[in-house]
Design a protein around this ligand. Structure first.
Ligand code: GLU
Length: 287
């Protein structure tokens, strides 16, 4: 491992020397650390991180400020890459534009309740997972008929375009009528009005809505998760060194207490103890 990395660094150094000698752009070429997130962080001391803006506890924008667990994870990663909090530009993403934002370079990283899966791995790389959620249902507090995804036949279910929960309803529960918006908050009013019977996404996102003051006593999470949603940190597909570096930063954050502190400051406020970050599962970076 060490030998490989030293060799890779030597190759990267040689490459940038060659490029410099040719008077070219030292961001040219792909796969070398100089062209990836490590190089960008080192040279510019800036990072653009795509996050959600309407998911309480995870990624929530108030004015120009973003807060939540994903935001805290972003700060940890930036710090580990040598970028100050002041050098982070948060950019709102919705579920459907995460891969294109990474591919087009609109953002350097996506930390946005972003499930790692094989389909997405065709387009981007994932460090992590730093958290594991599960798909669940949110219904009105007095609803007794919807007890799990099997009871969705003929019912209208709201979710978000480009999300894994929406896709799972289409493939595994085709008798449910799926209504899709671009962001989860847009499902809330139709749910309260009775225009949709349920809303579906990850349990941790749904719990955040149910806990909001304005919905107190009005909504409930069914509480029977029916998928595994490992949250990753998305970055350019060819940035293997950057991906591995982020996993190293996560490993350090698990050991030094900063992962737990990120949880305690955000989702942990509800009283749920911080999960243990299983660093043996940080294995999704491309080989
Ligand atoms: N984790 C799921 C996904 O990445 C649902 C949450 C979301 O849409 O951000 O699709």
């Amino acid at each position: 491992m060490r030998i490989t990395r030293v060799a890779a660094m030597a190759t990267a150094a040689a490459l940038s020397l060659t490029v410099a000698a040719c008077g070219g752009d030292d961001n040219a070429g792909s796969g070398s650390s100089a062209s990836g997130i490590i190089g960008k962080a080192q040279s510019s001391k800036k990072l653009v991180i795509g996050v959600k803006s309407d998911q309480p506890g995870l990624g929530l924008q108030t004015g120009s400020t973003y807060e939540g667990f994903d935001i805290e994870i972003g700060k940890i990663i930036a710090k580990g890459l040598g970028v100050d909090e002041s050098g982070i530009e948060w950019k709102t993403t919705v579920s459907a534009n995460r891969e294109p934002f990474i591919q087009q370079g609109t953002v350097d990283l996506v930390i946005a309740t972003y499930t790692i899966n094989d389909e997405r791995k065709q387009k981007v790389s994932f460090a992590g997972p730093y958290f594991v959620a599960g798909q669940d249902l949110l219904v009105k507090a007095d609803n007794t008929t919807i007890t799990g995804p099997e009871s969705l036949d003929g019912k209208t279910v709201c979710s978000v375009t480009g999300s894994t929960p929406a896709k799972r309803i289409q493939t595994d529960f085709p008798k449910a009528k799926l209504q899709q918006f671009d962001a989860y908050t847009k499902c809330l009013q139709p749910l309260l009005n009775g225009q949709v019977d349920a809303m579906t996404t990850d349990d941790i996102i749904l719990a955040g809505y149910a806990a909001q003051e304005q919905y107190a006593g009005k909504l409930k999470v069914v509480g029977k998760p029916f998928s595994t949603e490992p949250y990753g940190i998305g970055l350019k597909k060819d940035d293997v060194e950057g991906c591995k570096k982020i996993n190293e930063i996560l490993t350090a954050a698990a050991a030094d207490g900063s992962y737990k502190a990120a949880w305690d400051k955000t989702l942990g406020k509800s009283g749920t103890p911080a999960p243990t970050l299983d660093t043996s599962k940080l294995t999704h970076c491309p080989a």
